[in-house]
Design a protein around this ligand. Structure first.
Ligand SMILES: [Zn+2]
Length: 196
């Protein structure tokens, strides 16, 4: 559980009539993206994707992501730990990634997730300059460590469900494999799905 009192960053969505959570997928666009989109579509779940712009090859299905109602945010160009960079370098990472994604998709980028969840005052300043809202998470699935035990991904999420929680997932094979069960379990707990 990510517990932050920093009012500059977002870990929860707006209050809704129905209790709901926000699924977010980092580190794409990856090879498993089309399959993730198929599952989200069949379950009628909107999500948010935070992309490394260096991975946004022309053939990645960015148009499908937008057409199917998902939101694309930036996760920088190549995933540096921003707190180790100067303000200028941080600004460049954000600005260059936004420019690349916007050039490809034609859609404005409004949301930003710092790699490793690491940020400092310079990060917030750069984000503000670029009118990007930093988004962290409330619940981390730790899916990147669970290639051998993907079922644990579901437990890591469902044990900490709460209304409005932003849930951190990744565009990984093991995450794809459990995604249908994860969504069904969240629905069975009485939650819907929303976005920022
Ligand atoms: Zn990442």
């Amino acid at each position: 559980m990510y517990d932050s009192n920093d009012s500059n960053i977002v870990t929860k969505g707006p209050a809704n009539h129905k209790k709901s959570v926000i699924l977010t997928f980092d580190d794409g666009p990856s090879r498993v993206l089309p399959d993730i989109l198929d599952i989200l579509k069949s379950e009628n779940v909107p999500a948010m994707f935070f992309w490394q712009s260096r991975l946004l090859f022309p053939k990645r299905p960015w148009k499908r992501v937008l057409d199917e109602g998902h939101i694309i945010g930036t996760h920088t160009v190549k995933h540096p730990n921003l707190v180790r960079l100067t303000y200028e370098k941080q600004y460049q990472e954000l600005s260059n990634s936004v420019t690349k994604i916007e050039d490809v998709t034609g859609q404005p980028i409004k949301y930003f997730r710092p790699p490793f969840g690491q940020y400092n005052a310079d990060t917030l300043k750069a984000a503000e300059q670029l009118q990007l809202t930093p988004v962290l998470w409330r619940v981390a699935a730790i899916d990147w460590e669970l290639k051998e035990e993907p079922e644990q991904i579901i437990t890591n999420v469902t044990d900490y469900l709460e209304d409005g929680a932003v849930i951190l997932l990744h565009e990984l094979r093991q995450t794809l494999d459990v995604l249908p069960d994860l969504i069904k379990t969240i629905k069975a707990e009485g939650y819907g799905f929303t976005q920022l």
